[in-house]
Design a binder for this molecule. Structure first.
Ligand SMILES: [Fe+2]
Ligand SMILES: [Fe+2]
Length: 371
């Protein structure tokens, strides 16, 4: 994997250089002291991951990542920000896959690079790209999602503006209100304004819901509609269970991961007609393909990295490290508990971890027995 570090402070770049020397056999690193320098390197080298500082003279981190998104959409984009950069961070939200807070210690940084490498191996490998290419066109992100993203790119974007976009989609509006007023979200008061709901749920959450609504909505065949009902029920139940188990800070991400983890399953079902045997074979021969296709799609739509990781690894959580391992292990355990996964292929050393997750799943979830 090729990693590009961008920072206007030479001392920080030297620190990265020193750190990455130990990992030179695994990763090749490049260093740029300005956005222009970075663009030069990106034009010459096949970069996989850009880690950029936010504050730089001239083109800053958010602007640089916007350029990278446009010109090199396959590159993973990370921005490092300090506490004081709230306004700049808002601008970077639609451009970055993940934020790291500055200063970032070496253990956090290298574990993070490792997570990106694992995720890219799952979602950008040649075999997957070939399968994705063989399927009839993959869906694009919904219009309302794109509208939210482009509003966020505008420096003066406000919650009110985002709320207006949400309001323009009745299904989405209904879902947002349903969610905020449901007992499991636990806001404790009745909310009937989309603007208030958007504020309470947060922009990231609204983005996820936009995608989920889109996925649960579209179907023409009766057979698929029936399947979609149980799929939606499964996704929502997993999302609720994840939220119940999450710490306060993780609730949004865990809920979103639960909601979207099987998104690839629906994509594959929608794309593959029942008499398409070649495609059926692809599905049968590639266990866990829905996880990788789903993550590939979410990644290409710019969804934040922890959600994409959880989706990619929810049938192979033993490949994950750090935070990604916690979320994907739990998702895996939930899949096991509803018989969508078995323990047969689990490496023996991972069994205690999955067993511990299984004991944490609330009995109420198991009682619902959704499949
Ligand atoms: Fe699932
Ligand atoms: Fe799954």
């Amino acid at each position: 994997m090729n990693v590009l570090f961008v920072d206007d402070e030479q001392a920080i770049l030297d620190g990265y250089r020193f750190l990455m020397h130990q990992f030179r056999r695994q990763w090749t690193s490049f260093y740029a002291c300005s956005a222009n320098d970075a663009i030069d390197i990106l034009s010459r080298e096949a970069i996989d991951l850009v880690i950029s500082d936010m504050r730089m003279p001239g083109i800053d981190g958010a602007e640089l990542l916007a350029i990278v998104r446009e010109r090199w959409p396959g590159v993973t984009r990370i921005v490092l920000t300090g506490q004081a950069d709230q306004a700049a961070m808002m601008r970077a939200i639609p451009e970055a896959h993940q934020f790291l807070s500055k200063p970032c210690d070496h253990v956090t940084l290298t574990e993070f690079i490792q997570r990106v490498a694992i995720l890219r191996a799952q979602t950008m490998s040649d075999d997957l790209l070939q399968i994705a290419g063989a399927l009839p066109t993959l869906p694009s992100a919904p219009k309302v999602y794109n509208a939210i993203m482009s509003a966020l790119r505008n420096e003066n974007a406000s919650i009110v503006q985002i709320a207006r976009i949400v309001e323009s989609d009745p299904t989405l509006s209904a879902r947002v209100l349903q969610l905020i007023n449901s007992s499991y979200y636990g806001s404790g008061k009745r909310v009937s304004s989309i603007a208030v709901a958007t504020q309470l749920l947060g922009l990231d959450f609204i983005r996820t819901l936009t995608l989920a609504c889109h996925v649960f909505q579209s179907s023409t065949s009766t057979e698929h509609k029936l399947w979609l009902d149980s799929f939606q029920e499964h996704s929502l139940t997993v999302a609720r269970t994840m939220m119940e188990l999450a710490r306060q800070d993780d609730k949004e991400v865990w809920f979103a991961a639960g909601l979207l983890h099987d998104i690839g399953e629906n994509v594959l079902r929608t794309r593959i007609s029942s008499n398409d045997h070649a495609a059926e074979d692809i599905l049968r021969n590639h266990k866990g393909l829905h996880a990788r296709i789903g993550a590939y799609l979410l990644g290409s739509w710019g969804i934040s990295m922890p959600i994409v990781e959880a989706t990619a690894l929810h049938h192979t959580p033993w490949l994950a490290v750090g935070e990604a391992r916690r979320i994907s292990s739990l998702l895996f355990a939930i899949e096991v508990s509803v018989n969508e996964e078995s323990l047969v292929d689990v490496p023996p050393e991972f069994l205690p971890e999955v067993e511990e997750c299984l004991t944490n799943i609330p009995a109420s979830f198991l009682a619902e027995g959704v499949a």
